[in-house]
Design a protein around this ligand. Structure first.
Ligand code: URA
Length: 230
């Protein structure tokens, strides 16, 4: 006989009233948790992210940042992790880098919330904006995977090394990943520089523009997305 859903969710740290757990889950537990996340609908997923205690980042966050935008969008933009402003506001890319991202999207006639969904690999801010740790990425990735599965976007635009490497499960540098079309579960992925990097290295904005144009071409050519599996 299978256990009631609430009992399983409680066991896996996904139920709101479940006690805070201080350590990241062990690999086998992570796997079971990932399977549960893979069956969630949008609202369950958002709720689970907001209540997540799967890694120690929940101890230092103000709030988790699930993602923002159109749940039927053709475009998914994936960044690294919330910074201080995102942690305070609960929305991805609202700081200086976010303003550049908005300008990049506007350059191809897209706007936050209109045919674009924006999410990060990590849903909680790493303290001091340090790089995400591998175990944090492992704990958080099932959320992004489910977001992608629910969205089935025509194009995923991964900005920055962490987003690209996490999605494509590679350690290739960004310079080798950009400029071509990758696939994640059949969904086209185009990689580009992170807006924060572009703020520091404006000369590379021309390359980011090429990446955006490539992504726009791929999205335009894409057939309607297949509906998610059971
Ligand atoms: N950088 C990111 O990668 N994501 C954000 O949400 C903000 C800054």
């Amino acid at each position: 006989m299978s256990l009631p859903r609430e009992t399983v969710l409680k066991e896996l740290g996904l139920w709101p009233r479940w006690q805070l757990k201080q350590r990241a889950a062990a690999p086998a537990q992570q796997e079971g948790r990932a399977q549960i996340i893979a069956r969630m609908d949008w609202d369950e997923l958002t709720h689970a992210i907001l209540q997540c205690t799967a890694c120690p980042l929940h101890l230092t966050r103000t709030q988790a940042v699930p993602g923002v935008g159109d749940r039927n969008a053709d475009w998914l933009v994936v960044g690294e992790a919330p910074g201080a402003e995102e942690d305070a506001k609960g929305e991805p890319f609202v700081g200086q880098a976010g303003r550049l991202l908005d300008a990049m999207l506007a350059a191809i006639d897209l706007a936050r919330g209109e045919n674009v969904y924006i999410a990060n690999v990590l849903k909680c801010r790493p303290p001091g904006n340090r790089n995400p740790a591998p175990e944090e990425v492992a704990a958080c990735l099932p959320y992004l995977m489910r977001q992608i599965e629910l969205l089935r976007p025509k194009i995923t635009f991964a900005v920055g090394r962490f987003a690209a490497q996490a999605l494509l499960d590679t350690d290739e540098p960004i310079g080798r990943l950009r400029g071509r079309v990758h696939r994640y579960h059949g969904i086209p992925v185009v990689v580009s520089y992170h807006p924060a990097y572009l703020l520091r290295n404006p000369a590379d904005k021309a390359k980011a523009w090429e990446d955006l144009c490539l992504a726009r071409r791929v999205a335009a050519e894409a057939r309607p997305a297949a509906s998610p599996g059971p």
